[in-house]
Design a protein around this ligand. Structure first.
Ligand SMILES: *Cc1c(COP(=O)(O)O)cnc(C)c1O
Length: 813
């Protein structure tokens, strides 16, 4: 992508400070973290509710970025770079994208709907790539910012665009329509996603269909509710109505495949697709309809759709062998998605060492020489330590990269594969589907356990921002990652928090902090329960102790003196009413005496903990705690030479008592999607989902019983499924005997009888399902809050009780 910025300065109503003469934009960026030195970059400083990219401009200038679109010029920077000042940077990004899009006049397919957009887009890309040079939005880049960014991937070699548009609020679709300008519209399913931004279903349909304003045709499953709002010509398909443009019947289904009879223009032909579930069939039909509309011949369609494949919508970081981390992107290999995957690798790397395994890169119509020069630059900018390329073309063209190892084919790589050559590194596996890199993933992946706890990193960022929005911008945030991140995974979450620039991490024991340091976490870490025996290790790893007693302080001071450290950061804990740990008023004289003029340590913060921040009926007590805290901390501050940070709020404190925020707050359970009240919970996103699969299904006759102690006696015949999770995984026995349930294909299946150590049985009599189908143990529903309530405990106990043998998988959308 290149274009001359001068053409649109007027259009976006920008004021120029500096010079844009002779400046050709060759890269657009909004993310300072994954940006590398690039003088051709035009950086858009976007402002969000809790985020202002203007703050990073100074550090970007140091990295060699000199062109910015801003809402204001940060102090002292006016002469250091070139700026376009606009009223709204997000809007300017959209306007420039619309301008860039208008330079191309080939047709665009625009996809919207509630579900299935990304799958339909990926499949159409696969099905149409023999006929077109396609540009598409990567992954699910379909938002107000994602769409403009993906537009800049278009170049003069393309002749078909496939873009998806997703919205969460009224009025957004219009903006995306202006940027994408689709000629062929596709409407996928209309589900309940993002319902909250809309008054009614009707309103949602009207908003979504406004995307098709300038389309020549709209392709969809026949649906009169939607079609009555379309002014366009319609090309529809249906399982029920013979009068639709395309009428489909399922001929048979077995071994995971479905054969469909397709009636179109008085002819009938059959196709077989490798799926049986309704959602996949419906997405496949939408693709087939699009191919028919584009006049692709039935026999060609039939041949191509047999090769449809499950789409990994999001990048995942998984545990690999020998302590490696894998990023599995083994389904696509085009330049745009390579760049995204490299960004993800940078964000997720837990090890300094980065490896990439890359197949031939496909970018329709692009001259190979030029394409691989770009690939080489991207790899070098990302400082990849080891580059393994597989494929004849890439081996030939990717020459200027240091540390390159080339293989002609995946099988050649697999033959020479040695598990020991991969150790303590983060590995990006990125290959076009035809290279079958999934075979490489299987070898590198840690032995699979069918039960996983999936952790949504985006939801964590979302929840963090929610609590930040309750605080003043200047208030610091400490995030508690004790107990393995409340059961969710220690370093992966710490890594994300570092990325999100929180101020402190909190752990319970020194070991936890040491683990984080070993994984490369550099944020300040406070240890809440430092044992005297761990002080040595804490100093070696820059961990900061909570000091809660005179004995502890003396022991720490003695060590600090021995090691002759100066100003070692410590945190003073006051007991103001929790009566767990901390100094009381009566200890303060002695404490002050020890701290006064002491140069070995520095009191970084003074804090206390509220006993009842979750319950406003104890308002008076909380107020009393705060008063005691203010008074006692003031006494200590008087003898210090520095001004320490003060903090007393935990999650529910932030929500209920923001007026007590002082200089910092300590966020815990809320980060993981759990608040202490109904209203609070509604504002949070679910973070962890515990998933498993069905091991076996059987029919059990009346009079028989299920499981240990014959607790469930059958009165009628039932279909029963066995799931390989039990109380040793952290599913408490109290959740058995029909008190609890799991979700299978979105339907509730009651747990029958006692939960066993490693298994449980559920009633699937009215659910269509098969062995290996997915089972949700908890997540959005049933959620941990509801499970805790049923079992008379609190969500903290359920979350931290999920055993370490359950594999954690982290993902970002
Ligand atoms: C665990 C903990 C927190 C966080 O509590 P949440 O209720 O999870 O927000 C805050 N402060 C201290 C001292 C803690 O031990």
């Amino acid at each position: 992508m290149t274009f001359d910025i001068a053409n649109i300065v007027k259009e976006i109503n920008a004021q120029i400070v500096g010079s844009f003469d002779n400046y050709i934009v060759d890269n657009i960026s909004i993310d300072s973290r994954s940006l590398h030195n690039n003088s051709g970059t035009l950086f858009f400083a976007l402002k969000g509710q809790n985020h202002d990219a203007h703050n990073y401009i100074a550090s970007l200038i140091k990295k060699g970025v000199f062109h910015f679109v801003v809402e204001y010029i940060p102090e002292h920077l006016a002469s250091k770079a070139n700026f376009l000042i606009v009223e709204n940077t997000t809007q300017a990004l959209q306007q420039i994208a619309a301008y860039y899009r208008s330079l191309f006049d080939f047709p665009f397919i625009g996809i919207t709907g509630s579900n299935g957009k990304t799958i339909v887009k990926e499949w159409l890309n696969f099905l149409l790539s023999p006929d077109y040079n396609i540009v598409r939005s990567p992954k699910s880049y379909n938002s107000q910012v994602g769409v403009p960014l993906s537009i800049f991937g278009i170049n003069e070699h393309h002749n078909l665009g496939i873009f998806e548009a997703g919205i969460s609020q009224k009025g957004e679709m219009k903006k995306l329509e202006k940027i994408i300008l689709p000629k062929i519209g596709i409407f996928t399913a209309l589900g309940n996603a993002h319902d909250d931004g809309f008054g009614s279903r009707e309103e949602k349909i009207i908003e979504k269909t406004s995307f098709f304003k300038n389309c020549e045709i709209v392709i969809l499953e026949q649906n009169s509710d939607v079609e009555k709002h379309l002014k366009n010509a319609v090309f529809n398909w249906s399982f029920d109505n013979e009068n639709a443009n395309i009428f489909v019947k399922i001929v048979n289904q077995n071994n995971g495949s479905s054969t469909l009879a397709i009636h179109f223009q008085k002819n009938t032909f059959q196709v077989t697709v490798p799926f049986t579930d309704n959602i996949a069939l419906s997405n496949a039909m939408t693709c087939i309809a699009t191919l028919l509309f584009l006049k692709i011949q039935p026999d060609v369609i039939a041949e191509r759709v047999t090769r449809l494949y499950p789409v990994e919508i999001r990048l995942q970081a998984k545990k690999g062998i020998n302590n490696c981390v894998l990023i599995d992107d083994s389904y696509s290999s085009d330049y745009q998605s390579l760049k995204m995957a490299l960004d993800f690798l940078e964000q997720q790397k837990l090890h300094q060492k980065k490896t990439i395994i890359l197949s031939d890169v496909f970018q329709g119509g692009f001259p190979l020489e030029k394409l691989y020069t770009k690939v080489a630059t991207a790899i070098q900018n990302n400082k990849i330590d080891r580059v393994i390329v597989i494929g004849e073309t890439i081996s030939k063209h990717l020459t200027d990269v240091p540390n390159l190892i080339a293989f002609q084919s995946t099988s050649e790589f697999l033959q020479q594969f040695n598990t020991q050559s991969f150790q303590n590194e983060t590995i990006l596996i990125k290959g076009a589907r035809s290279f079958n890199f999934d075979e490489i993933v299987v070898l590198l992946e840690e032995k699979k356990h069918e039960t996983v706890l999936e952790i949504n990193l985006d939801a964590i960022s979302y929840n963090l921002n929610f609590y930040k929005s309750k605080l003043n911008p200047a208030t610091k945030v400490m995030v508690m990652v004790k107990a393995f991140g409340y059961g969710n995974g220690g370093y992966e979450i710490a890594k994300l928090l570092e990325h999100n620039k929180v101020d402190y991490l909190g752990v319970a024991f020194a070991d936890e902090g040491v683990e984080l340091r070993k994984a490369g976490i550099t944020l300040p870490i406070i240890v809440l329960n430092p044992e005297n025996s761990s002080f040595n290790a804490m100093m070696a790893y820059d961990l900061e102790p909570e000091i809660y007693s005179i004995t502890g302080l003396r022991a720490f001071l003695q060590l600090a003196q021995q090691k002759n450290v100066s100003s070692y950061p410590i945190h003073i804990k006051l007991d103001t009413g929790m009566h767990r740990l901390g100094f009381e008023a009566k200890h303060l004289d002695e404490l002050c005496e020890l701290l006064h003029h002491n140069n070995f340590i520095e009191v970084k913060s003074i804090f206390s903990h509220l006993a009842a921040s979750d319950d406003t009926s104890f308002d008076n007590f909380t107020k009393l705690q705060f008063e005691r805290f203010t008074e006692n901390s003031n006494r200590i501050i008087e003898v210090l030479k520095n001004k320490p940070i003060r903090h007393i709020l935990n999650t529910s404190g932030i929500f209920n008592y923001p007026e007590y925020q002082l200089e910092m707050a300590r966020l815990g359970i809320g980060l993981y999607g759990i608040g202490n009240s109904e209203i609070e919970n509604q504002k949070l996103q679910n973070v962890s989902t515990l998933k498993s699969v069905i091991s076996q299904i059987r029919i059990v006759e009346p009079g028989e019983s299920i499981g240990y102690s014959r607790k469930y006696l059958l009165k009628k015949q039932l279909k029963v499924a066995t799931i390989p999770v039990g109380y040793a995984d952290g599913i408490r026995r109290g959740w058995g005997n029909e008190k609890g349930y799991v979700l299978i294909h979105n339907q509730k299946a009651a747990i029958l009888g006692n939960i066993c150590m490693d298994m449980l049985m559920v009633d699937v009599t009215s659910i269509e399902c098969q062995p290996s189908d997915e089972v949700i143990i908890f997540g959005d529903s049933p959620n941990v809050i509801e499970i805790a309530k049923t079992m008379n405990t609190i969500p903290y106990e359920i979350l931290t009780g999920i055993s370490q043998r359950v594999k954690r998988v982290f993902f970002k959308n």
